[in-house]
Design a protein around this ligand. Structure first.
Ligand code: 13P
Ligand code: SF4
Length: 400
């Protein structure tokens, strides 16, 4: 197996940024007890800061009932248990984007997920629909790794060496709306982890090379699945001229991978796969394609959060599953499939700390405001950005 090397800044970043903030539970602690609250949206009124447990549940249900069919709550699979219980519809980022594009009836779409997902919902939904993100600080550290200026600079440098015209820009859904717009106006496209293979096929039918951002791992794993050799997939370092390569090296690249990654999925290792197999002979290892190439190669299966949930739901009773993805989803799958053994590949369990920022106090606040006819945390993508981003998103929705 080819061993890939990660740069020192990548490894240091992970060590600095990985710290478990929570235990997975249905019990809601008040905002003031959450260690992460210092980084969350602060202008939530103080009356919500000390609410916990049953009071929040009752108030959220009352606000939902008051809003009736005018409201739909969408929930990504990584949402905490005390949030997902209120979701009218749950799914992976692709399914939730599809939902937003196809359901004009809901006036308010309250998106329990992260910022880029809510942006996509705003872009794909109708002008009469309002998208609300309960906590505006619920971002995605991977999406933040592709700064629009750095991507534009990369594109300009590829242009200088005559490669931009032969390259299709492909952005993972986990990116800002402005990068989706960049793809829309440069004959590019968006992909999610559930359709990355089909999207790359679409891109290679148009041009010989792909610039893939921000997740190098999804790009590499998808390219490898299509048979592209690892040495034809180069990582672009935005801090170096030509991403750290010579023009000749870039000419030979089929995929130029942005230097981005997900800290949650970088926790999974080949050693953990070995340990799971040693402890539970016959176990199937199922991981998200944001994991490293080595982990994906060592696993039995990989796919989006929806694929992971479906695979386990359809598995025979008595089967065992070691799962490499975010812990809220793994714990839920374990609970929903009591006839199977489902456990997290990583014994030191961490949730996605930004998904976790959708705390029930925020959901309660935005719903009560809506019930009183006031719109807070209304997420609106600037119209010109939305116009171009929609082109790239709609291309994705059409790809089969
Ligand atoms: P999915 O597209 O599989 O839902 O994953 C989104 C995500 O952020 C994974 O880290
Ligand atoms: Fe972003 Fe990783 Fe969290 Fe997914 S799990 S939202 S990629 S930080």
């Amino acid at each position: 197996m080819v061993t890939l090397k990660y740069t020192e800044p990548e490894l240091k970043w992970q060590i600095d940024n990985i710290s478990c903030q929570t235990a997975v539970s249905l019990e809601t602690e008040p905002l003031t007890s959450e260690p992460g609250f210092v980084l969350w949206q602060k202008d939530i009124p103080k009356e919500y800061w000390s609410l916990g447990g049953k009071e929040l549940v009752d108030r959220i249900n009352a606000a939902k009932a008051a809003l009736g069919s005018r409201l739909v709550i969408l929930g990504h699979h990584y949402q905490r248990e005390d949030i997902i219980q209120f979701a009218d519809f749950k799914g992976d980022s692709f399914k939730l984007a599809q939902w937003a594009a196809q359901r004009p009836e809901a006036e308010y779409i309250v998106f329990c997920g992260v910022h880029f997902m809510a942006e996509a919902a705003d872009i794909l939904s109708g002008p009469h629909q309002k998208v609300v993100l309960p906590n505006m600080a619920a971002g995605c550290t991977m999406a933040d790794m592709a700064e629009p200026d750095d991507v534009l600079d990369c594109w300009a440098q590829l242009g200088e060496i005559g490669l931009a015209d032969a390259t299709v820009p492909v952005t993972y859904m986990n990116s800002t709306a402005s990068l989706k717009a960049f793809c829309g106006c440069n004959d590019g496209i968006v992909c999610t982890s559930s359709n990355a293979g089909a999207v790359l096929k679409w891109a290679f039918a148009k041009r010989e090379r792909v610039l893939f951002f921000p997740d190098q791992h999804l790009g590499r794993n998808t390219g490898a699945k299509m048979g592209i050799p690892l040495d034809q997939m180069l990582v672009w370092d935005p801090d170096q001229r030509l991403g750290g390569h010579t023009a000749e090296e870039l000419v030979g690249a089929r995929i130029i991978l942005w230097r981005g990654w997900c800290s949650v999925h970088m926790r999974f290792t080949v050693e953990q796969v070995g340990a799971a197999r040693a402890k539970y002979p016959g176990v199937k290892v199922l991981v998200h394609p944001e994991c490293t190439y080595e982990v994906v190669q060592a696993a039995d299966l990989n796919g989006s959060t929806e694929f992971i949930a479906r695979t386990i739901a359809e598995a025979p009773p008595g089967s065992a599953w070691a799962v490499g993805t975010e812990i809220n989803l793994v714990s839920r799958l374990a609970r929903e499939n009591p006839d199977k053994l489902v456990f997290c590949l990583d014994p030191v369990v961490c949730p996605c700390s930004t998904m976790y920022r959708i705390h029930p106090a925020y959901l309660c606040w935005v719903l009560e405001e809506l019930a009183h006819g006031r719109l807070v945390n209304h997420l609106v993508v600037e119209p010109e950005t939305a116009r171009w981003a929609k082109i790239a998103l709609e291309r994705m929705l059409e790809v089969r």
